[in-house]
Design a protein around this ligand. Structure first.
Ligand code: 13P
Length: 312
């Protein structure tokens, strides 16, 4: 939002006023993932990582949830809160990683590993969750896998998070799926080497969706919120950040004395950036886009999500 003229600022103020009137009128809460645009994060009742947002949606008594994020996140909110109206402001805000496995793919994999427990990353469709024993997010994946009694564990769809879990829980045989987040995958080891050359005394904080060779070299690996918390509490003052650029918004706002460098300029998720203040206004005005699910799928997917929430 830098480089704006008076007209732009006036327009933004009008949008903010509209959002504030509509959110009261519709008894809505607005929640945002940490990858959202800064101005969208700023109007939200809660900004969080996938786990925090799931917990909040499960316990909130709001009638309407406007979910500024991508489709699987709003879908998870609906699975946890069927009585609420859950709105995704941008219909096409999807997640390519979640689309890398279908329920049919997972059924075939289960047929090949009949004794394995099935863990699905929350970045997956409701149909895939419905086929899984338990869900996980990046912040609880290790604990979720540790909680299972089976030695064989199918982990879908993110192979990088799955590899990180496999290294952290060596007693398990993790069966991976070849999925990946295209935004995290864009960052290469060369980018990290270059960033370290430019900022040799910076700590490297990365998301486990990054390539394993990057995760291996990091000083800290965690979810987006864990990265934000780590940097905020640390006595260090320089950090190389290995996840989507949206986290820089709260990092720079809340830590004025510290410096943050993005590990790769490729860390921009085009789907997360689809939602704007205008989309939030339209969403509240027209009550769109409503997330609806067949009840049978929802109840099966709910089991996997609830089991995850019980573990953490
Ligand atoms: P967290 O929300 O768990 O940090 O993961 C980020 C992500 O995968 C968004 O797609």
């Amino acid at each position: 939002m830098t480089g704006m003229n008076g007209e732009d600022l006036e327009l933004i103020q009008e949008l903010l006023n509209e959002i504030n009137i509509l959110r009261k009128e519709k008894k809505a809460v607005i929640v945002s993932h940490t990858y959202q645009r800064g101005e969208v994060q700023d109007i939200s009742d809660l900004v969080g990582d996938s786990l925090e947002l799931s917990r909040y949606c499960a316990s909130s008594d709001a009638e309407v949830i406007v979910f500024c994020g991508v489709h699987f996140m709003a879908e998870s909110a609906k699975i946890l809160s069927p009585g609420k109206t859950v709105l995704l402001p941008e219909r096409d805000a999807g997640c390519p990683l979640a689309d890398m496995i279908t329920a049919e793919d997972l059924r075939e994999l289960k047929d090949r590993h009949k004794d394995a427990a099935v863990v699905c990353y929350i970045n997956s469709s409701a149909e895939v969750k419905a086929e899984s024993d338990i869900c996980c997010t990046s912040s609880n994946a290790v604990n979720v896998v540790k909680s299972l009694k089976q030695k064989d564990v199918i982990f879908v769809p993110d192979k990088n998070l799955g590899s990180y879990v496999a290294k952290s829980v060596p007693g398990k045989n993790i069966i991976l799926w070849e999925g990946f987040c295209p935004t995290h995958y864009r960052a290469r080891l060369e980018d990290l080497i270059k960033a370290k050359e430019l900022h040799p005394d910076a700590l490297v904080l990365v998301h486990p969706e990054c390539r394993p060779e990057i995760v291996e070299k990091a000083d800290f690996v965690g979810s987006t919120k864990a990265i934000i918390n780590y940097a905020s509490k640390s006595s260090h003052d320089k950090f190389i950040i290995g996840t989507e650029m949206g986290v820089l918004h709260s990092l720079t706002k809340n830590n004025p004395g510290k410096k943050f460098y993005l590990l790769s300029q490729g860390f921009v998720c085009p789907n997360m950036k689809k939602t704007t203040l205008k989309s939030v206004v339209n969403s509240l005005k027209e009550m769109k886009y409503r997330i609806e699910l067949p009840e049978e799928i929802r109840t099966k997917a709910l089991r996997a999500l609830q089991r995850m929430l019980e573990v953490t």
